[in-house]
Design a protein around this ligand. Structure first.
Ligand SMILES: [Zn+2]
Length: 434
């Protein structure tokens, strides 16, 4: 290839093949109106895989006929290439039919290369702004990327190959897996009207008695927040690549989670067993969230969910919901995070309308995911251009946001400012339509 690669600013619409600016991720194609969502790309990939399998079956049938015709033809020895021989004519006809089928299969594999586009239309990308490695210019940013590459397999199922090079990458990949599981569950209608938020920075306040004011001592990072009409889930993600066992510790009146590391070839490494503190960490996050949202969200509506992003084994030897906490996994079993949340939703009555879920999600996004204030500015701009009455919109928590602003999150800020830089560059390059 060679030459400097430009950062990605557009993706291809699955329906019309047009290059669409990234800002249409999750919306309708501005050219043809098709939905630019993961579900739509998956449906297209599935359909292509089905068609391809049909063509392959037909190709195999013709190939078998060609083989037998060739066998017959070789019996003619030195006369085998005479056109008047029936076996020779059959071979020529079959070759004529086989050629376009081979071309069709090649076309299918080219059309199937929409895995990157499927990534860029995901809610995860819209919130994390984490670009795929192939679309990143900065060398350090590239090497810090937790994804190897996305791909569709032969049956049209989407996969993301991870780069588990270090603990940080493993952690972020785990968050991606959990976020995507929940996002797909929402798209499939399993959780009713729901919203997801990635990385909430919730201030942990301590009262200074002398000055009688609450000050922000530090911020707690909540990996993923899920809002449904039934409540707010604070989700702590642990990416351990260990076999997990959950029991009740009767002395400490809490869950006890043991993590047994699993080696590369799947063997259990019993000399590295640790007690994981994920549930206790999330209990602290939930406490901070309850204080912060006092008067807005009832404390019993904030659920404590810890999830182990692993496929190495998960054994639950305790009831779920002990002291309002839940311990879950991403693997396929009754303790899968989506299944556990669905069970909670069935047990607990709804407390919010769909509109209230949206208002609360906006409030949380503006107050706790907006460390540099850019979202608040965009929100205000959008409101004024739409000529909405300010009284109708949720008011941002100015004081809190200001305090958060002074408490910079280096990781988050560099990610955000990099994206703004890219936006400006795209604009200068004329890559955006507006
Ligand atoms: Zn289109």
């Amino acid at each position: 290839m060679g030459g400097k690669k430009k950062p990605r600013t557009r993706f291809i619409c699955w329906n019309c093949g047009q290059a669409v600016p990234l800002k249409f991720s999750g919306q309708a194609c501005p050219n043809c109106g098709a939905p630019l969502t993961p579900a739509a790309y998956d449906a297209r990939a599935h359909e292509l895989a089905k068609q391809r399998a049909q063509v392959e079956r037909e190709l195999n049938r013709l190939q078998a006929q060609l083989d037998s015709a060739t066998k017959k033809n070789t019996r003619w020895g030195i006369f085998k290439n005479f056109r008047f021989l029936p076996s020779r004519r059959a071979m020529d006809e079959l070759l004529l039919q086989i050629q376009p089928l081979k071309q069709q299969i090649e076309d299918f594999s080219r059309k199937g290369r929409f895995a990157s586009e499927r990534y860029y239309v995901s809610e995860w990308f819209r919130q994390s702004r984490r670009f795929l490695r192939e679309d990143i210019l900065d060398a350090r940013e590239k090497s810090n990327n937790p994804f190897k590459m996305p791909y569709y397999d032969q049956s049209g199922v989407f996969h993301m190959a991870p780069d588990r090079g270090n603990a940080w990458k493993r952690g972020e990949y785990g968050e991606y897996v959990v976020f995507s599981l929940l996002s797909d569950a929402i798209d499939a209608g399993l959780l009713g009207h729901a919203r997801l938020l990635w990385h909430l920075y919730v201030p942990v306040r301590q009262r200074l008695v002398m000055r009688r004011v609450a000050t922000v001592e530090s911020t707690d990072e909540i990996d993923i927040a899920l809002l449904t009409t039934h409540g707010l889930y604070s989700i702590e993600v642990k990416s351990l690549y260990s076999s997990i066992e959950v029991r009740l510790d009767n002395c400490k009146d809490a869950y006890c989670v043991t993590a047994t590391p699993v080696g590369q070839d799947g063997q259990i490494l019993t000399n590295g067993i640790t007690i994981d503190m994920g549930v206790a960490q999330n209990t602290a996050h939930v406490r901070a969230l309850r204080t912060e949202l006092d008067g807005l969200v009832a404390p019993q509506r904030i659920f404590n969910v810890t999830t182990y992003a692993n496929q190495c084994g998960f054994e639950m030897h305790a009831p779920q919901g002990f002291r309002y906490a839940y311990v879950t996994t991403t693997s396929d079993c009754p303790e899968n995070i989506v299944e556990v949340i669905c069970r909670i939703e069935q047990k607990v009555a709804a407390c919010w309308t769909n509109a209230e879920v949206d208002v609360l999600a906006e409030r949380l996004a503006i107050s706790y995911t907006d460390s540099d204030g850019s979202k608040r500015a965009n929100h205000a701009k959008a409101l004024s251009t739409a000529r909405h009455s300010v009284a109708d919109s949720p008011k941002p928590h100015k004081k809190r946001a200001h305090k958060l602003k002074t408490k910079a999150q280096p990781k988050y800020q560099s990610r955000k400012s990099q994206f703004i830089d890219e936006d400006v560059r795209d604009y200068l390059n004329g890559d955006y339509d507006d």
